[in-house]
Design a protein around this ligand. Structure first.
Ligand code: FAD
Ligand code: 2HG
Ligand code: ZN
Length: 485
């Protein structure tokens, strides 16, 4: 990336010519002279952990404009960081140096929706929540949902292959994305915006861009299959006396709820207390949480309310009446407000963590039976280094998507420091590798984990990733330094 050029005044003027609206170029260079603080929100990541030095942010409105910008950057060897809602948690969406930021936030048109097939085609910059709102009157939902829904964009979701809270039911974006429109690093527009469920005509190129984190091209359009909205949804929060009960509980819940089970989310006690402390929804009374080591949020989505409620009530009854109950208590949402409040608590953990301090986030896939061990051993590691105290590491928490084998291990510190970082890495990655897990289950590699990729991918795989990168982006202009070092 040292071969990349910085943007000059002449470049900025050229970009201003390409873009239809003058407000689509922000630049601190003399020809545009935007006040530097206006670029702060683009240069800083959501966690306040990564900070770029971009002088210029471009906000094209059309695929053609994106193509012209990219072509110019490729000819001039200017690095580009594609940016969606900037909610990524691995430092992928901000520059490492002074690359230009290409924000998709002005590309917000829905291109088409077929209410029969449920196939939605939209600009990459559409915010996830706005797409949910768009399909709702047609009785459809988006196949993914996550806490960042109010700011993240569908293009960012696809680029990170975001998992989220519905993956258990609707699968990953590798299945629900039917087509993409991508501006390749030389400016060519790759039009694979299919609306076909079935298409076995050779290599499925679009799959390469799902989870590529902007290193192979810029996604400008997305075709995605939206499922019919469930006729009835409900949820329940279960308080467990011991972590060891999570596994048998998951088995029981799967068997009893079968086709109506749509989420099974885990929150440990520390994470729960933190979410409550920071006002992320309310779930249980003081008595109900007493003696609970962890919590599980179960959601059902089905076709007939009475049928689903009967199943859920039967489940609760059998859990509470067992000889050795797996749960202490369970609280069923009684109305839409309570349903939302239970979800708010789970979705709000990330927000609560950021209110509490600076987070080191490890988004790992490990066997479900080792979730607690991973959290406990990390806490022990910090304790043994003398770092577990109010002035350094305040808390170590675990939560995540049980059904997907995905644990979010968060270490909450007062500040980011080299001591804490060195105590955590490679410790956590080695722990993950010892379980043959993944160092990134759903957030991606970004800038944070390029050096850790080898814990989850062998040399041959990484070598082929490099070859693919070199074919698409021989000049290395696309999100330099991300995913691959
Ligand atoms: P950004 O953060 O802007 O970008 C992410 C990456 O994609 C960057 O590398 C960027 O360069 C690239 N990119 C963005 N747009 C494009 C494009 N159009 N073309 C090419 N590359 C592009 N993730 C989960 O998987 N599951 C969760 O449950 C989840 N919950 C979250 C909750 C909160 C509160 C927050 C803050 C984050 C959460 N995330 C979750 C992280 C997740 O990665 C993002 O929220 C989301 O998918 C990123 O979308 P974005 O538009 O913000 O992308
Ligand atoms: C979630 O599942 C997100 O809530 C965010 O993936 C996880 O902040 C995190 O570590
Ligand atoms: Zn998650």
């Amino acid at each position: 990336s040292s071969r990349l050029s910085s943007i000059t005044d002449a470049d900025a003027l050229h970009f201003a010519k390409i873009l239809s609206s003058p407000t689509s170029v922000l630049s601190t260079l003399p020809s545009i002279s935007t006040p530097p603080e206006e670029l702060d929100i683009y240069n800083n990541d959501w966690m306040g952990k990564y900070r770029g030095k971009a002088t210029t942010v471009l906000k094209p409105k059309t695929t053609q404009e994106v193509s012209e910008i990219v072509k110019w950057c490729n000819d001039r060897r200017i690095g580009i960081v594609p940016q969606g809602g900037n909610t990524g948690l691995v430092g992928g969406s901000v520059p490492l140096r002074d690359e230009v930021i290409l924000s998709l936030s002005n590309m917000t048109q829905v291109r088409s929706f077929d209410p029969v097939s449920g196939i939605l085609v939209a600009d990459a910059g559409c915010i996830l929540q706005s797409l949910t709102d768009y399909v709702a009157p047609h009785n459809h939902i988006m196949p993914l949902d996550l806490g960042a829904k109010g700011s993240c964009q569908i293009g960012g979701n696809v680029s990170t292959n975001a998992g989220g809270l519905r993956l258990l039911r609707y699968g990953s974006l590798h299945g629900s994305v039917l087509g993409l429109e991508v501006v390749l690093p030389d400016g060519t527009i790759l039009d694979q915006l299919n609306t076909l469920r079935k298409d076995n005509t050779g290599y499925d190129l679009k799959q390469l861009f799902i989870g590529a984190e902007g290193t192979l091209g810029i996604i400008t359009g997305v075709s995605i299959l939206t499922p019919p909205a469930p006729q009835a949804s409900n949820n329940v929060i279960l308080a467990l006396p011991r972590f060891e009960n999570v596994l048998p509980l998951y088995k029981t819940v799967k068997r009893q709820l079968s086709e109506i089970l749509s989420a099974f989310e885990f929150i440990d006690r520390t994470a729960y207390d933190l979410a409550v402390k920071h006002g992320q929804g309310r779930a249980l009374s003081e008595e109900e949480v007493e003696g609970a080591e962890c919590f599980v949020l179960v959601e059902t989505s089905g076709g007939r309310r009475e049928h689903d409620e009967e199943k859920l009530n039967d489940l609760l009854e059998s859990l509470l009446e067992a000889d050795e109950p797996l749960i202490n208590t369970g609280v069923l949402a009684q109305n839409p407000a309570q349903f939302s409040s239970l979800w708010a608590l789970r979705e709000g953990v990330t927000e609560a963590v950021s209110k509490e301090g600076k987070a080191y986030k490890y988004d790992i896939s490990v066997p479900l039976s080792t979730f607690k061990e991973c959290v406990d051993r990390t806490r022990e590691q910090l304790r043994s280094k003398g770092l577990l105290n109010e002035d350094q590491v305040k808390a170590v928490i675990g939560y995540g998507h049980v059904g997907d084998g995905n644990l979010h291990l968060n270490v909450i510190a007062k500040a980011y420091t080299p001591e804490i970082q060195n105590a955590l890495e490679p410790f956590v990655y080695e722990l993950v590798a010892s379980h043959r897990g993944s160092v990134s289950a759903e957030h991606g590699i970004g800038a944070m984990k390029t050096h850790a990729l080898h814990y989850s991918k062998d040399e041959t795989s990484i070598a082929w990733m490099r070859k693919i990168k070199a074919i698409f982006d021989p000049n290395g202009i696309m999100n330099p330094g991300k995913v691959l070092e």
